[in-house]
Design a protein around this ligand. Structure first.
Ligand SMILES: NC(=O)c1ccc[n+]([C@@H]2O[C@H](COP(=O)([O-])OP(=O)(O)OC[C@H]3O[C@@H](n4cnc5c(N)ncnc54)[C@H](OP(=O)(O)O)[C@@H]3O)[C@@H](O)[C@H]2O)c1
Length: 247
């Protein structure tokens, strides 16, 4: 396993769940983590907690639907530390709903955050990574990027996009520019992700579900595995499921 010491790692969606756990773990392993999301207070608390444990963290409040703001995030990380080793494109939301209910605003939000937000991060990071001759982009897709389920047509579509994008990026960037690309595909993880669901039928289905989900640290550990592999290794995809999740 390669060292993360002094590596500069930008994590979007760091204010809760998988992003927060990933920031804590990578900082513990010596990385300098740059924390992005909209809830600034949560990011400040996380930075303080990381620093109290001896780590290094920088907060850059960012709405990933704003291309300029994402450019500012990536440039701030680079200007502050003089390098950009890893971008973890993790911010996302999942307001599941049945298509017949036409929750168009929610469809648009998912496209804006889960697709365009990811592209903005990549667009800002690639010029720096190609110039420095190395880099690693970790895109958080989902098992929903491989399998469809009722209420997930649009969400799954965004996560299929992220997985396809990751494969295309690896094909074009890894050999030519020494940029590794990983698609992380979690099954159900206990986080705040379900809080944006407004479709009552979907919520009722969730209530009836009995299963031990993954914890955010389980996904943080898989991101750590991918980015700390030796330079010759590109972990292209990791599908990580709860043992009790059937599909
Ligand atoms: N939980 C699961 O079961 C599961 C399974 C597979 C994949 N995933 C994926 O894992 C990723 C992280 O989700 P999570 O489960 O950790 O849920 P979460 O706790 O709700 O975290 C989502 C993160 O995204 C951020 N975010 C949302 N909209 C944003 C915006 N416009 N700009 C910047 N940040 C934004 C949120 O921060 P702010 O609200 O502070 O902006 C939050 O930090 C998502 O991409 C999700 O699709 C989750």
């Amino acid at each position: 396993m390669a060292e993360l010491t002094d590596q500069v790692i930008v994590i979007t969606g760091a204010s809760s769940g998988i992003g927060e756990a990933t920031a804590r773990l990578l900082a513990e392993k010596g990385a300098r983590v740059v924390l992005a999301a909209r809830r600034e207070e949560r990011l400040n608390e996380l930075r303080d907690s990381i620093e109290a444990d001896g780590g290094t963290a920088l907060v850059v409040p960012t709405d990933v639907t704003d291309r300029e703001a994402v450019g500012h995030l990536i440039n701030t990380a680079h200007e502050t530390y003089g390098r950009l080793d890893v971008l973890v494109n993790n911010a996302g939301l999942m307001p599941l709903s049945m298509m017949e209910k036409t929750h168009e605003d929610e469809w648009e939000q998912m496209v804006d955050v889960n697709i365009k937000g990811v592209l903005y991060g990549i667009g800002a990071a690639l010029p720096i990574m190609t110039e420095q001759g190395h880099g690693h982009v970790v895109n958080v897709s989902s098992v929903a990027g491989r399998r469809l389920f009722p209420g997930g047509a649009v969400y799954c579509g965004t996560k299929f996009f992220v997985r396809a994008l990751s494969e295309g990026m690896r094909n074009e960037l890894s050999n030519k520019h020494n940029i590794r690309v990983t698609s992380i595909e979690p099954g159900a993880v206990a986080t705040e992700l379900t809080h944006t669901i407004t479709d009552e039928d979907i919520l009722a289905n969730f209530e009836g579900m009995e299963m031990t989900p993954l914890e955010s640290i389980d996904i943080a550990e898989s991101i750590l595995y991918a980015i700390s592999a030796p330079d010759r290794v590109n972990v292209e995809e990791l599908l990580v499921m709860p043992t009790e999740q059937a599909m």
